[in-house]
Design a protein. Structure first.
Length: 719
């Protein structure tokens, strides 16, 4: 979102002035309040950012909010709107602690010139980690304004109260002043002697209410602007020569035929070869005329052999969790269970492909990019073009889905390079094939578990080895006296060149759903062998009060009737913890025994995320997680051979359809004693495991690999 000198939103679909810099913005808004304070926040690293406290965020808190003479409040956040609703819930937090009406708060997101530095929008961190920073800024601003009002009204500050940005003195109706009146005509720089406390939960009037989404009307009417919709005057479409496989090196290219096409500009900059034209289709035709040869070095793996490769070539182990000593356990005899679980590579498959538009004016490069990480992307552009920080600006409009995949943003760097070389604005919009090729896939993984169960149904030993999926969600939360969890490699593939045939990276709660699939499937394996109902088995082996509470809440909402599996009912349960949030999912499925196809009929989610900022927004996130989770559960799987990605579009890569979405019932646990936790990812974590357990309950066959395609289900039934 960008703003003109009057604070109006700029819609850039043709010639438009470049938005003002932050320095100019502060000059224009010199009638506002600058709140200066320090706060502990998140750790982060970024080359060009304002002075920061020891944990990364700016110490100058005018960076986060501006109170105008008209009593309007502008909230500046480095986070971006990915569809998760942050542009609605973050103003709720600000309005609550500033004591202003929610309608009076505007928000500017992800603009590196106007917003404070932020490491990126991922990890369900917007509310649980950045929220406290924003609340602290609001509380400090409120304290400064009360001090100013006490001076203006000549009353003790203790006698003042605030509502909707109006300060009133007790016992005198005439003694009132608005925030806007206090700031009008002057710029105030002040700090408080002590940091004020934020509001207690019991005093909330805005947080905890279902505020309407601020992007709803734009999105349902098609007016929302994404990076690919932005077209500065004279912009050219770029089509870039791509390799046929990961690891392929350009050996030679003949661009002469493309250069002869009218209106085509060919740019060669090292290995970057691009054809530019005013129209996309003409650029596409020109790219088809480029004759190129590549030297390929494909690794000898494919989607069938990758699992052996991951185990045989695993990096050194990292201890995730341990207690007791399962290797030397010498107690009463145990029933031992050993099983291996598998997960396949998976794409993010967002609706919006990676897109960026770059333009250069007066030596400054401005890039509109669909990215989760505008500030890190700014650094990448600075490094690629060897420019200082003040010469690069990244603006993030609406982002059409990220899920971790838009943490990497090569399209923004490519657009910036090409615009600089062409001397004109350049648009780089990935085709769907490019999106699949350059995606940072969720890593394929192997998980091995060996556990021991005593005669009473208590889990006594637990040994867990995870290859490639990483440690997120790997540590169990059950009461097991002898256990150890070891991870070999991370979900990012960092530090192990050649371990994966292509790039892997974060995928919505990275690694957590893979780990939950193995852990919660294995819990059910033991419960079934012991002849104990899956819910009762979990309760027998749990001491974590929050998990017990969510499990019981889900069972009550679902109408769970205790019965050992397989019962033929097709019901399953799984638990998970992610981003500080506890989830229990219960599902009901129908299995076609002829084809192996599975239909999820109903899902109940009980979620303890602490304080719920926006109940409607949280409900949308839960339903989105469950809907998206159907993909990794049933169909989404990247096929490849060496470095060549074989799935390049939705004709072979199947994502969930509306017709597959089940009835979804959600219960939010009332937990005012727990600060607001993450909501954008946790509910997706246990879905695959819950469905696997329900399939077993329905037909007595267990599937040990994700996705659980009809072929794999049918093979499991044949046994």
């Amino acid at each position: 979102m960008s703003w003109d000198d009057d604070g109006n939103e700029l819609v850039i679909d043709g010639p438009a002035p470049f938005p003002v810099t932050r320095r100019d913005f502060l000059k224009l808004t010199s009638t506002g309040v600058l709140v200066l304070m320090s706060v502990d926040a998140l750790a982060g690293q970024e080359t060009a950012r304002p002075p920061t406290g020891r944990q990364g965020y700016p110490t100058d808190f005018n960076a986060y909010l501006h109170i105008g003479a008209d009593n309007k409040v502008t909230c500046f956040v480095g986070k971006v709107e990915l569809g998760q609703g942050a542009m609605t819930s973050l103003p709720q937090l600000l309005a609550e602690d500033l004591d202003v009406a929610l309608a009076s708060v505007e928000i500017v997101c992800g603009d590196t010139d106007l917003c404070p530095w932020d490491m990126g929008t991922f990890g369900s961190l917007s509310i649980r980690a950045f929220g406290p920073v924003l609340r602290a800024a609001a509380a400090e601003a409120r304290g400064v304004l009360l001090a100013l009002a006490a001076e203006r009204l000549q009353v003790p500050v203790e006698s003042l109260s605030v509502k909707d940005g109006v300060i009133r003195a007790a016992g005198s109706a005439a003694k009132t002043v608005t925030y806007g009146q206090l700031t009008e005509g002057k710029r105030i720089e002040r700090t408080l002697a002590s940091k004020p406390a934020v509001k207690p939960v019991k005093a909330f009037t805005i947080v905890g209410t279902s505020a309407p989404r601020r992007d709803a009307i734009e999105k349902v009417t098609g007016k929302a602007k994404y990076a690919g919709d932005i077209a500065p005057a004279g912009a050219l479409h770029a089509r870039i020569l791509r390799p046929p496989a990961h690891g392929a090196v350009l050996a030679g290219a003949d661009t002469s035929a493309a250069e002869k096409m009218p209106g085509v500009t060919v740019i060669r900059d090292g290995d970057l070869i691009a054809v530019l034209h005013q129209h996309w289709d003409e650029a596409d035709k020109a790219l088809a005329l480029v004759k190129a040869s590549f030297t390929r070095k494909d690794p000898p793996v494919d989607n069938a052999t990758i699992f052996d490769h991951l185990v045989k070539n695993a990096p050194p182990e990292q201890r995730v969790a341990a207690g007791g000593d399962p290797a030397t356990y010498a107690g009463p005899p145990l029933q031992v269970f050993e099983q291996t679980y598998y997960d396949s590579y998976m794409a993010h498959a967002p609706m919006e492909t990676h897109s960026a538009v770059a333009a250069v004016e007066n030596g400054k490069v401005t890039v509109w990019a669909g990215t989760q990480t505008p500030f890190p992307v700014k650094n990448q552009i600075m490094q690629a073009l060897r420019l200082p920080a003040e010469k690069v600006r990244v603006i993030t409009p609406h982002v059409g889905g990220g899920f971790g995949g838009k943490s990497a943003s090569r399209q923004a760097v490519e657009a910036a390079r090409l615009a600089t070389l062409a001397g004109k604005p350049v648009r780089v919009v990935f085709t769907r094939a490019e999106e699949f090729f350059y995606d940072t896939f969720r890593p394929a993984a192997v998980l091995k578990i060996r556990s021991g169960l005593d005669a009473s149904g208590r889990i006594v030993t637990w040994e867990y080895w995870v290859y490639a999926a990483g440690e997120r969600g790997a540590a169990h939360f059950y009461d097991i006296p002898h256990h150890r969890t070891l991870a070999y490699g991370t979900w990012s593939g960092a530090g192990v060149p050649g371990y994966h045939p292509f790039a892997v990276g974060p995928w919505r709660a990275p690694g957590a759903s893979t780990n939950a699939f193995a852990r919660e499937s294995h819990i059910d394996v033991m419960a079934a062998k012991a002849g104990i109902d899956p819910v009762e088995f979990r309760l027998k082996n749990l001491t974590d009060a929050r998990m017990i509470r969510t499990l019981k809440a889900a069972a009550a909402k679902f109408g769970w009737t205790p019965k050992a599996a397989p019962s033929g009912r097709g019901v399953g349960v799984a638990c998970g913890i992610d981003a500080g949030t506890y989830d229990t999912l219960m599902v009901e499925v129908a299995v076609d025994k002829t084809t192996g196809a599975v239909r999820v009929k109903r899902v109940v989610c009980a979620q303890d995320q602490g304080v719920v900022v926006n109940p409607a927004g949280s409900l949308q996130q839960v339903e989105g997680c469950i809907t998206m989770g159907l993909g990794y559960t049933f169909s989404e799987e990247i096929r490849f051979k060496g470095g060549e990605v074989l799935d390049r579009n939705f004709d072979t890569y199947a994502i969930p359809r509306f017709s597959q979405v089940p009835q979804i019932d959600t219960v939010f646990i009332d937990a005012p004693d727990v600060p607001a936790q993450g909501c954008g990812e946790p509910a997706i974590v246990p879905l695959g495991a819950a469905v696997a357990n329900a399939i077993y309950d329905a037909v007595g066959a267990r599937v040990f690999q994700l996705p659980m395609t009809p072929a794999r289900v049918k093979a499991a039934m044949k046994g």
